[in-house]
Design a protein around this ligand. Structure first.
Ligand code: CP
Length: 313
């Protein structure tokens, strides 16, 4: 098995073969999480630092669990209780952490490009856990892994990404990865929530939700990012819910065995009705479970490469 990456900044650096390698590893690690004793020695002696400048439940916890299940030492930096609060820069923070010899730093930051900046300034690997509105590669990988587990393949599937595309790093990484796997991608949102030029990413745009989700195999619903909405992009959340929210009536327009996905956290009653979030088609918790397996695979593959580099240098 070959995997020649040190860091993961977005999915566009991955070939189809790379993603297949990640999925094969994730298949094996998925089983580890279902054992009575959920611990393997794979990363014994490795140090993983979680550096999250923005809030997270799923990504941060699953990276921590992934590292611990593989016996790595996992350090969760509490940014709000760190010297960042005294004005320490991102550069000085990461150079300080580097001096403690981590094998990998996982970073979430509000600034697009922060993980790339770290990658240029650190000797160890970096994983992008979400940067601004730019990319969220591990989310896209776990989403594709979830679909593959349920359908066997992504090739030719009709996938609708519905919601606040304008502010969504998840949408950008997912479009890139779904295109790589030959899915037909639709983007469904009010025009005000679709970035200019998004068609150039190889998607079809719909501003009518009922046309956009008709006959789709996968419906990815995105959170309305209230904290990032500026100006009059939406008349109101109630209006969004009325015109674009996914309820049982609208879901019936999709294919009979449609997979409903949401990266979380969900605004129940806004972009998704509880009956859909908790319904038989929902894969929301499957996505969370897949997230641990994908992050175990990435820690395994990325730290393995670093070990080789160190041994040969
Ligand atoms: N999907 C996702 O990134 O969730 P968190 O913000 O909880 O990590």
């Amino acid at each position: 098995m070959t995997f020649s990456h040190r860091s993961l900044l977005d999915v566009d650096t991955l070939s189809r073969g790379d993603v297949d390698t990640i999925f094969k590893s994730a298949d094996a690690f998925f089983e580890v999480s279902r054992r009575p004793i959920r611990k393997v020695p794979t990363l014994r002696g490795k140090t993983v630092i979680n550096l999250f400048y923005e809030a997270s439940t799923r990504t941060r916890t699953s990276f921590e669990i992934a590292g611990k299940r593989m016996s790595a030492d996992v350090i969760n930096m509490n940014v709000s209780a760190s010297s960042v609060k005294k004005g320490e820069t991102l550069y000085d923070t990461v150079k300080t952490l580097e001096a403690m010899h981590p094998d990998i730093v996982i970073v979430r930051h509000s600034a697009s490009g922060a993980p790339s900046f770290l990658d240029k300034n650190l000797r160890c690997g970096v994983i992008n856990a979400g940067d601004g509105m730019h990319a969220h590669p591990t989310q896209a990988l776990l989403d594709a892994f979830t679909i593959r587990k349920k359908r066997g393949s992504l090739d030719g599937l009709k996938v609708a990404i519905c919601g606040d595309v304008a502010h969504s790093r998840v949408a950008r990484s997912n479009v890139r990865l779904l295109n790589l796997f030959g899915a037909e991608v639709r983007v469904v949102a009010p025009r005000t929530l679709i970035p200019r030029g998004f068609e150039e990413m190889g998607v079809t745009i719909y501003d009518d939700v009922e046309k956009g989700i008709a006959d789709v195999d996968v419906l990815m619903i995105l959170r309305i990012q209230r904290e990032r909405l500026r100006g009059a992009l939406l008349p109101s959340l109630r209006e969004y819910s009325r015109t674009f929210g996914i309820n049982e009536r609208r879901l019936a327009l999709a294919s009979d065995d449609v997979i409903v996905m949401h990266p979380g956290p969900m605004n129940r009653g806004v972009e998704i009705e509880p009956a859909v979030a908790d319904g038989a088609q929902s894969a929301v918790l499957d996505q969370v479970e897949a997230g641990v397996a994908i992050r175990m695979a990435l820690l395994y593959l990325l730290t393995g490469e670093i070990t080789e580099l160190k041994e040969t240098s």
